[in-house]
Design a protein around this ligand. Structure first.
Ligand SMILES: C[S@@+](CC[C@H](N)C(=O)[O-])C[C@H]1O[C@@H](n2cnc3c(N)ncnc32)[C@H](O)[C@@H]1O
Length: 355
């Protein structure tokens, strides 16, 4: 077992839950040594940090604990850029690190964050440097850094885009990992839209089924998946069906997991009034009820579903409580709050597990 640090992104609670769900799915036994909103330190058997960081939405950096700087740099260059990312205001080890490079005969220049008063590098700043993470007087060597460029390519280069109605790649990955779906199992998204959850699942070697009531969306998902297949080595199967999601059980006999962001009412440019919210909820409540009745008939394991949390002009919050629609074969965790700085609406993530 080795000691690894996982630097968490924003949404630390969600990032921790995602990581634990992922490690469980991968059957990687771990023990928690330290946990905060900045980082998790875990004892783990050897991991492939580069694969892990590609699969996880909530982790910015992965590092392995080191006792000293000996053998820190394994490359062959005689000129490197290095950085110390100090997350807990420890006494900086920069001089010791400089001495190490000097002793090794390597010309090393330090890279500092462009963000004023920030003692650590952001993932994009840290991508091509030899980085040491200082955290609570421990030292870690960075093994893998989150690469936002890959997300941008998958989001903005696919042939069909619908920015206002499409789930982010980040949120899609959180949901997929929280479902604890395993390689080669089948995932259903009954509101697939242009196929974001489907595409991210296919990249994780999961078979997918997408449903949408709009022909346009089924065609869009087809095009986007074809594009994905032209860029990545996708081995798993996909099936796209134009249908109302409330009829999922009539179209599909069984799936391992469901992961979805359903229809959540009309797009809002400003905060709605309480009367407007009550009207939207009166449409959404029967949709979610019938949806869950149908999905619980065909799902073998977990259902991960988003519900809206509306913020009214009056600042009051209105939730969509789906607990009454969960039957005796399933049980739900407490929903997890998901907010983004730009969205007029918050979201709750429900994990509904077969008992
Ligand atoms: C919030 S969007 C989902 C976005 C999707 N995750 C994506 O990334 O594109 C909701 C989608 O649900 C579809 N939809 C709305 N009501 C539906 C229903 N009753 N059954 C099936 N699809 C429905 C809409 O056509 C829309 O594409």
């Amino acid at each position: 077992m080795k000691s690894y640090i996982f630097i968490l992104g924003r949404d630390p609670e969600l990032s921790r839950k995602e990581l634990f769900a992922y490690l469980k799915t991968q059957k990687l036994n771990y023990s928690v040594q330290d946990s905060s909103d900045i980082a998790l330190i875990l004892q783990l058997p050897s991991i492939n940090a580069n694969n892990l960081i590609k699969d996880l939405a909530g982790i910015q950096k992965i590092g392995i604990e080191i006792d000293s700087f000996d053998n820190l740099y394994e490359g062959t260059k005689n000129k490197v850029r290095f950085a110390i990312s100090n997350y807990t205001n420890d006494k900086s080890m920069v001089d010791e690190l400089k001495n190490y490079f000097k002793k090794e005969g390597i010309k090393a220049t330090i890279k500092k964050s462009h963000h004023e008063d920030q003692e650590y590098l952001t993932p994009s700043e840290a991508s091509s440097v030899v980085e040491v993470i200082q955290y609570k007087n421990k030292l870690f060597k960075s093994l893998a850094i989150f690469n936002p460029k890959e997300y941008k390519i998958r989001d903005l280069q696919r042939p069909v885009q619908r920015p206002l109605h499409t789930i982010s790649i980040r949120l899609a990955k959180f949901l997929i990992n929280l479902s604890e779906v395993k390689k080669n199992e089948t995932l259903l998204d009954p509101f697939c839209g242009i196929g974001t959850i489907l595409q991210e699942s296919l990249l994780m070697n999961i078979n997918v089924i997408g449903l949408d009531k709009e022909k346009f969306c089924i065609e869009a998902s087809k095009k986007n998946i074809a594009w994905l297949k032209s860029r990545y080595n996708i081995q798993n199967s996909y099936n796209l069906i134009q249908s109302d999601s409330r009829n999922s059980d009539k179209k599909i006999s069984s799936v391992d997991v469901v992961v979805t962001e359903p229809y959540m009412g009309p797009f809002m440019k400003s905060f709605p009034t309480e009367i407007e919210i009550k009207k939207i909820l009166s449409e959404l409540v029967p949709l979610y009820r019938e949806l869950l009745i149908s999905l619980q008939k065909i799902t073998k394991k977990n259902i991960v579903v988003i519900t809206p949390l509306f913020r009214a002009k009056s600042k009051r919050h209105f939730k969509l409580n789906i607990a009454p629609f969960i039957n005796s074969h399933f049980q739900a965790d407490s929903p997890i709050l998901y907010t983004t700085p730009t969205s007029k609406m918050h979201r709750e993530i429900w994990i509904i597990r077969r008992k």
